[in-house]
Design a protein around this ligand. Structure first.
Ligand code: FAD
Ligand code: AMP
Length: 478
């Protein structure tokens, strides 16, 4: 007889591993199936996020920023640096060690919580049975009371830029360059394109980012996006808007990219080209035809507000379902589903999923932006506070950017917090905490903030909503 679990999770990314841990914590007999094999040839838990996403990209962003500072940012402080150099393989090695530490950490958490970790490929059959195919091709079937599909996503390929061994690459390979390319092309000015473009720009690459849309960072608040574009351009990232890549030709060690923009058909040649045009739900060989789980027209697993699929007792979370492809969105869905399976009334607040771009300066937001609220005819009051007027930011020479708080004009309830600047991600998270409790701008303005902190920019922006900012002239007088 095959083994029976209360919960079987397919995929051990942030959606799946968090769901598995929470389910086990709640006393459910839980197994998690993962097929990913790390650089050492062994199963690696943690999914895209830990292996080839959030964590490794942040490791390289931090290393490359330190190099950039050591080269160009320290003279101002009276610190002389000469002959600063970068050992790229050592930087990549450090990143790999961090990845290993974290993927191993998930394995330890599984042990500590009593989650059974199963190596292999999982496929949902009818009646909540799950077939596991091991590396050697042998298959077993396990029975599940409930199944959580957490198969994640893969990079999108586009026909004009088919991947090659090491010249036209996706985000995964771009985390492993062993030398800095002299000329780097990036297709797509989304979060991943901007973060990876920034890493290699800081290490000396000449970087051109092609973006088919005319608008930069179309999901961000327009004021923040404008400031970001200005800053990236100053940093030497050449962002070409309205530039659609139409073809590529690899010759020897280089690739020539054809693109069209307002000036017509053009070409540029690079040593490497990163294709970062987005990700798609990954559901290959995941669902037997009679398992009862529906996909939408884009291959995304169809779920309701609580992540239940069209098959009762089968749930799906993370990048494989609707919504933003973010690790924290995935893991919160994992927790919600595990708790619902355990009989709790869990729900998730999709209105307050923060977004972050880990460039320098960071860009982050939560809630709605000015243009969205305008389109919805919501009357708002807006407070903006520039980091140039924040003591801590000036002391650190991090004066680019601002915090923007948007509140409902009638109720003063905060509807959005947007930031570009030092610590933007952490600062917007403070806004998210406050918004979760239905805060008003006045509430944030009344709280005591430590001085000097960059967080004071949030307080001042909240005060500015009603014309009460102290350290900047108020647009609105009250
Ligand atoms: P995944 O993390 O993709 O995990 C799915 C797992 O399921 C994989 O390990 C896969 O091998 C396994 N799997 C799939 N099918 C099967 C099967 N049939 N059987 C067994 N195993 C299977 N998000 C952020 O929030 N912040 C960031 O800073 C950030 N940075 C990123 C940087 C990069 C370069 C990239 C590529 C992504 C980044 N993301 C970031 C996005 C984030 O990584 C994803 O949103 C997140 O990993 C999705 O989690 P998931 O659990 O849904 O899927
Ligand atoms: P994201 O989905 O946020 O990672 O962003 C990917 C970006 O790639 C989007 O803004 C797309 O407009 C852009 N994009 C997709 N295809 C092309 C292309 N052929 N040329 C240039 N940009 C593209």
């Amino acid at each position: 007889m095959s083994e029976k679990y209360d919960v079987v999770v397919i995929g051990a990314g942030p959606g799946g591993y968090v769901a598995a841990i929470r389910a086990a914590q709640l006393g459910l007999k839980t197994a998690c199936i993962e097929e990913y094999v790390g650089k050492d040839g062994k199963q690696a838990l943690g999914g895209t996020c830990l292996n080839v996403g959030c964590i490794p990209s942040k490791a390289l962003l931090d290393s490359s920023w330190k190099f950039h500072e050591a080269q160009d940012g320290l003279a101002l402080h009276g610190i002389e640096t000469k002959g600063v150099s970068i050992d790229v393989p050592a930087m990549i090695d450090r990143k790999d060690k961090i990845v290993k530490q974290f993927t191993g950490g998930v394995a330890s958490l599984f042990k500590a919580n009593g989650v059974t970790s199963i190596e292999g490929h999982g496929k949902l059959l009818a009646n909540k049975q799950v077939e596991v195919t091991a590396k050697d091709g042998t298959t077993t079937v396990i029975e599940a009371g409930n199944v959580i599909l957490a198969s994640g996503s893969r990079p999108i390929d586009i026909p004009p830029a088919p991947l090659t061994e090491n010249i036209i690459v996706d985000s995964t390979s771009a985390l492993d360059f062993q030398t800095t390319p002299q000329k780097l092309g990036v297709i797509g000015a989304g979060v991943i394109g901007l973060e990876l473009g920034s890493v290699w720009r800081r290490l000396g690459a000449e970087v051109v980012v092609f973006e088919a849309l005319d608008k930069f960072l179309s999901l961000a608040d327009e004021q923040v996006a404008k400031e970001a574009l200005k800053t990236f351009t100053k940093q030497g990232l050449q962002v070409r808007l309205g530039a659609r890549v139409t073809g590529t030709e690899v010759k020897g060690e280089q690739v020539t990219v054809s693109f069209t923009d307002a000036n017509g058909e053009q070409q540029l040649t690079f040593d490497k080209l990163i294709v970062a045009v987005g990700r798609r739900a990954y559901t290959e060989n995941l669902l037997a035809s009679d398992c009862g789980v529906d996909l939408d027209e884009r291959g995304v697993i169809f779920v309701d507000d609580y992540c239940e699929t069209s098959a009762p007792g089968v749930y799906a979370v993370g990048d494989a379902v609707r919504g933003p492809m973010l690790a924290h969105k995935s893991s919160e869905e994992g927790v919600m589903v595990a708790e619902r399976i355990a009989g709790q009334k869990a729900a998730m607040n999709y209105d307050l999923v923060p977004s972050v771009i880990y460039t320098h300066p960071e860009i982050a937001w939560v809630g709605k932006n000015e243009q969205q609220l305008k389109a919805e005819n919501v009357e708002v009051n807006i407070g903006v506070f520039p980091f140039a007027a924040n003591g801590r930011a000036v002391a650190a020479n991090e004066t680019t950017g601002m915090v923007k708080v948007i509140a409902d004009a009638k109720t003063d309830r905060v509807l959005g917090v947007h930031a570009i600047g030092p610590g933007a991600a952490e600062l917007v998270q403070q806004g998210a905490i406050a918004m979760e409790f239905g805060t008003s701008a006045e509430d944030i303005g009344m709280m005591v903030f430590s001085h000097p902190t960059v967080s004071e920019a949030l307080k001042e922006a909240a005060l500015a909503v009603n014309g009460h900012a102290i350290h900047v002239a108020n647009r609105k007088k009250r």
